[in-house]
Ligand binder design. Structure first.
Ligand SMILES: Cc1ncc(COP(=O)(O)O)c(C=O)c1O
Length: 387
């Protein structure tokens, strides 16, 4: 029987299995990729810039992409120039670049509980100590809670936060709390690593990134186009502030630079003006998928177990019941052809209640309804039996 994933690597491999309804890995649906626009961008770049596109270029990223990123950021409230932008291999490359530049073994890091397991894996590989702040939809920590963690001893070297639609909790830091959190960190001399990969999926009312309130001295901003345009492009970027040169130097030693064709295609897509309508389409289809799954969960989950709607994105975070049941639920679901991920991997310290993240984006609506139904049935049966 297939094994329950415990690493990012296992989750990514599991997505290739055509026999399971995969609600586990956090990857978006390939049904909604802007393929026509990407094809047009690729053809246009081939016709006009093929020679540059297949040559070495500046390690920080192609100039035309860094310029296009500045325009993209401007409408999100962030004013930077191209020389402040470091193009990376996905958001993962940006997280790795910043973390390994700023941190060393034994440093203390403040992060969310739960937090994206990719962040936790990178931090564990560096060998940091964790201090966590609990978060959830409707239970977002206020600035006082963050302050307590930031001011505790030993002084943390970094605060890591996915500020909008955090993965897996779906929590979004309120806009009015953003300048307050920034102020606390600035005063304490603790930089914020802001991961904004889901920000564009929240729609028009999305809060401004924390970086929009900063001059670049405290907030190190990272994101990518993996959840919005296309994950296969592997285009992300960082605003590393005063660590720009050190981060670029590290990245140059490791890879020189990323693939140039995806950089040119992404620049062309950003310049095409199609981003806004594409995002509106994603917000609408993902909203319908969350509604479908959320309806089944609210009717069929056992009492005391809940999944609050994050109002954006494509993931639902289910929590409640004894934490000891997580493996059994995941195993039984998998034996019935449904992959779900037990929430343990999202915590630096073991969680106090059972939790699961369900990806509503990838399965067809029929498979999603069937998969969520099976998950609820298994959850009810395991919770009622096991003590
Ligand atoms: C919060 C967060 N950051 C980073 C990533 C990785 O992004 P990328 O695929 O661009 O490397 C993910 C992917 O799930 C994520 O949820």
């Amino acid at each position: 029987m297939a094994k329950i994933p415990v690493r990012l690597l296992d989750l990514m491999r599991q997505t290739e299995d055509p026999h399971v309804i995969n609600l586990a890995a956090g990857i978006p649906s390939s049904d909604f990729l802007p393929l026509e626009a990407l094809k047009g961008a690729m053809e246009g770049e081939m016709a006009s810039r093929a020679r540059e596109m297949f040559s070495y270029h500046r390690p920080e990223g192609a100039g035309i992409l860094r310029e296009a990123i500045c325009d993209y950021l401007k409408v999100r409230g962030i004013g930077v120039t191209a020389d402040q932008v470091l193009v990376t291999t996905g958001c993962t490359g940006a997280l790795a670049s910043i973390m390994s530049t700023v941190l060393k073994k034994g440093d203390t890091v403040v992060c969310e509980a739960p937090a994206y397991y990719g962040q936790l894996e990178l931090l564990k590989a560096i060998g940091v100590k964790f201090r966590t702040v609990a978060t959830g939809v409707g239970q977002e920590p206020d600035p006082a809670k963050w302050q307590k963690a930031i001011l505790a001893k030993p002084k943390p070297k970094l605060l890591v936060i996915t500020s909008t639609l955090s993965n897996p909790s779906g929590a979004t830091l309120r806009e009015e709390w953003r300048p307050k959190l920034l102020e606390i960190c600035k005063k304490a001399g603790v930089p914020i690593l802001e991961d904004d990969i889901y920000g564009d999926l929240l729609g028009r009312g999305r809060p401004k990134p924390i970086r929009a309130f900063d001059d670049g001295s405290t907030v190190l901003y990272v994101t990518s186009f993996s959840k919005t345009v296309a994950p296969g492009l592997r285009i992300g970027f960082a605003l590393p502030g005063k660590w720009m040169d050190a981060a670029a130097d590290r990245q140059c030693r490791q890879t020189i630079h990323g693939g140039v064709p995806p950089e040119y295609v992404t620049a062309s897509f950003l310049r095409s003006g199609r981003m806004d309508s594409h995002l509106e389409m994603l917000q609408s289809v993902y909203g319908k998928r969350r509604e479908l799954a959320g309806g089944i969960l609210s009717r069929e989950l056992p009492e005391g177990v809940r999944a609050d709607d994050p109002r954006g994105g494509y993931m639902l975070w289910v929590r409640g019941g004894r934490p000891g049941i997580m493996d059994e639920v995941a195993k039984q679901c998998l034996s019935k052809g449904v992959a779900v991920v037990g929430g343990g991997i999202f915590f630096a310290n073991p969680p106090k209640e059972a939790c699961f993240r369900l990806n509503c984006a990838r399965a067809t609506p029929e498979d999603l309804a069937r998969g969520v139904g099976i998950f609820c049935e298994v959850f009810r049966s395991v919770l009622s039996r096991k003590k």
